[in-house]
Design a protein around this ligand. Structure first.
Ligand SMILES: Cc1cc2nc3c(=O)[nH]c(=O)nc-3n(C[C@H](O)[C@H](O)[C@H](O)COP(=O)(O)OP(=O)(O)OC[C@H]3O[C@@H](n4cnc5c(N)ncnc54)[C@H](O)[C@@H]3O)c2cc1C
Length: 248
């Protein structure tokens, strides 16, 4: 799909918000889904990026952290440029059937898929709170309209260990994206308290469309340990099924 970059906004020293006009994706995108961005002929592989925001008809926004060649190349894009973007891809978060108390647990750039989710949950009438560990990038919160979403900020690991269990207490639905340690802590706490929890798993992804089988996630099934693919079975998984320490 052709996507025109209509706005580019620096959020932190390494995070930039890109708004693309791409109605084909905007009309269909669900929270937790991602797109595959074709950068230029120099880059053979597309780059997977979560849908940070979406207006439901015209535009999608991507919040991208510069970590390597591809994401740094994105910094050179100028408004008006047109890219080829594939999406929406993957299985997103499940919105509750009945409105309830929702906690969104994010760490660092893991904030990216949680904002659109927060907006959709709010629209459905859910009570939405954020638990965020910025890892030195508190300014990331400038990317979101955080007046609407009360946030508990955890500055470090000790803070997370101390405050996450308390924040999860009394919640009905918990959704998380961020470093795997944070996802696992969130998952364990929710399993212990029998609270619905979904986690978005990040994997190095070659194709994003179930061809290369490179993005596996180990899951528990009734037949024992099996492997699913983050690109098409995920990236969002039920927290109970993820075998966090199993690597293929
Ligand atoms: C489903 C999904 C959604 C994502 N959403 C976002 C998002 O919203 N915002 C964002 O900033 N990033 C997101 N990422 C990560 C992003 O895809 C990578 O940071 C990006 O592909 C790196 O490309 P690069 O060319 O800049 O880096 P490279 O030069 O390829 O690599 C630089 C560094 O990034 C790591 N890396 C490369 N690719 C990945 C990858 N697919 N996953 C994890 N680490 C990787 C490498 O190990 C290396 O340390 C997402 C990844 C997935 C799988």
């Amino acid at each position: 799909m052709k996507a025109e970059l209509i706005k580019k906004q620096v959020i932190t020293g390494k995070d930039t918000l890109y708004v693309f006009r791409c109605p084909e994706i905007a009309e269909k995108a669900l929270p937790g889904q991602f797109v595959e961005v074709k950068l230029s002929a120099e880059f053979f592989l597309r780059r997977p990026v979560s849908i940070f925001d979406c207006d439901g008809s015209e535009t999608i926004s991507l919040l991208v952290r510069s970590v390597g060649k591809g994401t740094e190349y994105m910094l050179s894009l100028a408004e008006g440029e047109v890219l080829d973007i594939l999406g929406p891809l993957g299985q997103g978060f499940s919105l509750p059937a009945e409105p309830g108390k929702c906690l969104l647990v994010g760490g660092g750039i893991g904030l990216a898929p949680l904002y659109y989710l927060a907006k959709c949950l709010k629209k459905q009438g859910n009570d939405v709170q954020l638990f965020f560990s910025p890892r030195r990038d508190a300014q990331l919160l400038d990317a979101i309209d955080n007046d609407q979403f009360p946030a508990v900020i955890a500055e470090n690991r000790k803070d997370i260990a101390d405050r996450l269990p308390q924040s999860i207490e009394g919640m009905q639905y918990v959704f998380s994206c961020g470093p795997e340690g944070l996802l696992e802590q969130t998952a364990l706490e929710c399993i212990k308290k029998d609270i619905f929890c979904q986690v978005s798993m990040e994997r190095r992804m070659g194709c994003g469309i179930d061809l290369c089988k490179g993005c596996v996630v180990a899951v528990y099934t009734e037949n024992g340990l099996e492997y699913k693919k983050a690109c098409c079975d995920g990236p969002v998984f039920d927290a109970k099924e993820v075998a966090f320490h199993e690597k293929p």
